[in-house]
Write a protein that binds this ligand. Structure first.
Ligand SMILES: Nc1ncnc2c1ncn2[C@@H]1O[C@H](COP(=O)(O)OP(=O)(O)OP(=O)(O)O)[C@@H](O)[C@H]1O
Ligand SMILES: [Mg+2]
Length: 374
């Protein structure tokens, strides 16, 4: 008998449906249940074959437990090591190397630092920060958002340098990114399961968050070409990131899907929020994934970070849409070329040009001495 553990936060309908589905499908040979965790012994034997993690990003004890379980060969959905190492800014950069379009994005030094960090500790920081060059590169309006976050927390739209400063001043010790706002005509959020199965969901972010009104069931929302491209981009991103369960969000303008959020390894799947159709789809897709992972006669899952950071060339089968089978292999050379092109583009836009637009001398990045007027 194989055991599947579910680790959850407040959500209800998704884990319950999942447990029911897996148990029905498992027919006594696979049993799913909520995990119960207390003190974890460093040499504890494996207790589960597979764990679905929905909450360890909020509970460090869970994350540490899952890493320990991975060491014993338990399959963890999603990879706790990569999830710990990951951040949205790295992911935007990776996406653009892989040919997925992302809005212009800049990583910003933090506004504040933890106690004990003084200006002495921050001598590597440019001071004052060249805000004008940053804004020139990104453009306005823009979104100020954490480099690692979720739930729309600390996300704000700014229309000017002044508004940016006002919002930035409230970000405390969070590390933030500034990203060009896409004035989208369409918006989709896509589930991706097992780095392969994709469900494109029409999504209206202008409706209240978690209201149940955001997700719209409309299979024809995107034109077939756009749906193919989005599917391909979703697979490319999720294969590169190694997440078995994720959502990828695209803001679509002039036929171009801009990937704006794709680090959601515990995506919303609650009935009241995503609606019955998508809730059932994701429950079935994750159940399929569990069955597949449990039946695979593989060696222990590979959690080597170097493998994730320097992946072998990505082969067509992993990334191409099903309808479009032509070969696409990303080789280091092509990546180097892409990086070079990106640098050239950045230079053309003045992002690395020290001489350009150093008119605004607000810093906000060092412990002391930030002033709007300096
Ligand atoms: N570059 C952008 N262009 C247009 N809209 C954006 C952009 N970035 C963020 N938004 C809007 O802000 C919302 C929240 O941003 P984002 O998804 O990046 O944050 P999050 O906290 O990770 O959200 P989630 O709960 O979906 O994980 C998006 O759904 C979208 O409506
Ligand atoms: Mg989002």
């Amino acid at each position: 008998m194989k055991k599947v553990g579910i680790l959850v936060g407040r959500e209800k309908t998704f884990p319950e449906a999942l447990i029911k589905n897996i148990n029905e499908r498992g027919n006594g040979e696979v049993v799913a249940e909520y995990l119960k965790l207390g003190g974890i012994k460093h040499d504890a034997p494996p207790a589960y074959d597979l764990v679905i993690d929905r909450i360890s990003h909020e509970v460090p004890f869970y994350r540490a437990t899952l890493k320990r379980m991975a060491l014993e060969g338990t399959v963890i959905v999603n990879n706790p090591f990569w999830w710990s190492a990951d951040d949205k800014f790295f992911n935007y950069s990776l996406a653009s190397k892989l040919g997925v379009v992302v809005p212009r994005t800049v990583l910003l030094p933090q506004k504040d630092y933890i106690q004990g960090i003084t200006s002495e500790s921050l001598r590597n920081l440019e001071f004052p920060l060249d805000w004008q060059a940053i804004v020139d590169y990104v453009g306005m309006p823009a979104f100020l958002k954490p480099f690692d976050g979720g739930g729309w927390k600390n996300v704000s739209k700014v229309n000017s340098l002044e508004e940016l400063w006002t919002e930035y001043d409230q970000t405390g010790t969070l590390c933030m990114t500034l990203q060009a706002a896409v004035d989208f005509e369409q918006f989709v959020r896509c589930y991706c399961v097992g780095q392969e199965e994709v469900m494109i969901m029409a999504y209206d972010p202008r409706k209240p968050y978690l209201s149940g009104e955001q997700y719209i069931h409309n299979p024809d929302y995107l034109s077939p070409n756009l749906a193919d491209r989005v599917t391909k981009d979703v697979r490319t991103l999720c294969s590169a990131l190694g997440y078995d369960l994720n959502t990828v969000e695209f803001a679509i303008k002039d036929g171009i899907p801009y990937a704006i959020d794709f680090m959601n390894p515990a995506p919303d799947a609650e009935l009241a929020s995503v609606g019955e159709f998508y809730h059932n789809w994701i429950t079935n897709a994750v159940t399929d994934l569990v069955c597949k992972r449990l039946s695979e006669q593989c060696e222990r899952p590979r959690y080597r970070w170097d493998a994730l950071l320097n992946p072998a060339p990505i082969k067509t089968e992993a990334v191409a849409s099903r309808t479009e089978q032509q070969s696409r292999t990303i080789v280091p050379n092509a990546e180097a070329k892409a990086a070079k092109a990106a640098t050239a583009a950045a230079e053309a836009n003045g992002v690395t040009d020290e001489r350009k637009s150093k008119t605004t001398s607000r810093s906000g990045t060092r412990k002391e001495g930030r002033s709007k007027t300096t």
